[in-house]
Design a protein around this ligand. Structure first.
Ligand code: MG
Length: 374
């Protein structure tokens, strides 16, 4: 498949309300939308590292610049037959998985378009709909959070994820469990804790029988995740820690977790996501797909990935309309009342943007090959 052209867009989209986590508060997201063209075929993707270098060292504008200056120019005009070939061509850039994923996932949706198949068929999806859960950031008060969680369960969500941060954890969970004693709840520490200071806290959280504790310690700290997992009953889930398949292998070997949250953009794209999914399947580690507040262009890709066989927990893939008043997708993702989402029946990209709605939100763009000539 010859890559005839690439277009990159840096798109800013404002949330209904700021999204608060252990690393701060964001009013507006900043994502890279990529289009890749081969002959009459095209593929679209989205990578959303968040607007500042807080979830990881990457951020929207930074990922756009890396993709524009170092990655896209290497691919245009080349014959690229597989995602592994594409990854080899991008390996001269160290790290930067979100920037690489913008191009790698556009290759997959383009490939699906060339093959005349849906992305789910190409990836090996084994179900036609996926279940999603709800998530709440840090609230102004515990009462407000409890009211929010009540809304989620009333609306039919079967699990809720809560962001935690030092000082917003044990007491908050005791209050939440006093109102919702048996419901499926898990928490996400977003790397804000340390083993030395907080191991005992996490042992005490066992009494809340949480479905899992996501990424309490720093991304590189597999050792302390493994030590904590050996001391607590609650499963640990790794998120930020896993950006490449070899890290999943080490995590499995060290028994550092019982779940891995796979975000295709965080791991450099769909090939690495497939490889991590397979490593986990063989090691008995469950997977699910996490969200990065993407638009429906990116969520559409996540939905297809979430239908793989070793996805054993409900996903953070609610429609973009839950987070943003402005939607620039041609076919917005719809969640059914039972909180499931159907896979796309569209050949190629599951969801494509409407340019006339996306361009007014575009802060920067870059065009290569035939996309530059258009
Ligand atoms: Mg997380």
């Amino acid at each position: 498949m010859r890559i005839d052209g690439i277009a990159l867009y840096l798109v800013n989209n404002r949330f209904y309300k700021p999204w608060r986590t252990a690393y701060g508060s964001d009013d507006c997201n900043s994502v890279v939308i990529a289009r890749m063209v081969s002959g009459a075929h095209e593929g679209w993707s989205e990578s959303s590292p968040l607007p500042g270098p807080n979830y990881s060292y990457e951020y929207g504008r930074g990922a756009f610049l890396v993709a524009r200056d170092f990655l896209a120019p290497v691919l245009v005009g080349r014959e690229i037959g597989s995602a592994r070939e594409l990854n080899a061509l991008l390996s001269h850039v160290k790290g930067n998985p979100f920037a690489k994923a913008a191009l790698e996932m556009a290759w997959w949706t383009l490939y699906a378009d060339v093959c005349g198949r849906t992305l789910g068929q190409i990836l090996g999806a084994e179900r036609d709909r996926i279940e999603v859960g709800d998530a709440w950031g840090i609230a102004d008060s515990v009462d407000q959070l409890i009211a929010n969680i009540g809304k989620s369960f009333d609306q039919g969500f079967r699990r809720v994820k809560l962001k935690i941060a030092p000082g917003w954890d044990e007491e908050m969970l005791a209050a939440v469990r006093s109102v919702f004693p048996d419901q499926t709840i898990h928490v996400d520490g977003n790397s804000a804790y340390s083993y030395a200071e907080h191991a005992d806290l996490f042992r005490r959280l066992d009494r809340f029988h949480l479905a899992m504790i996501e990424q309490p310690f720093q991304a590189g700290d597999l050792l302390h995740h493994a030590k904590l997992q050996a001391r607590i009953e609650t499963p640990l889930c790794l998120d930020e820690a896993i950006t490449e398949p070899w890290q999943a292998e080490i995590a499995a070997e060290m028994r550092a977790c019982r779940y891995i949250n796979i975000k295709p953009a965080r791991v450099g794209g769909l090939q690495n996501a497939l490889d991590i999914h397979e490593i986990c399947r063989q090691a008995g580690i469950g997977c699910w797909v996490g969200g990065m507040l993407e638009s429906d262009v990116g969520k559409g890709i996540c939905v297809e990935l979430a239908a793989l066989p070793n996805m054993t927990y409900s996903h953070d893939v609610t429609p973009a309309s839950d987070s943003y008043p402005e939607n620039f997708s041609e076919t917005p993702i719809r969640m059914d009342p039972d909180r499931t989402i159907c896979l796309s029946r569209r050949v190629g990209s599951p969801v494509v943007p409407v340019l006339s709605r996306m361009l007014p939100m575009t802060a920067d763009s870059a065009f290569f090959g035939v996309c530059a000539e258009a």
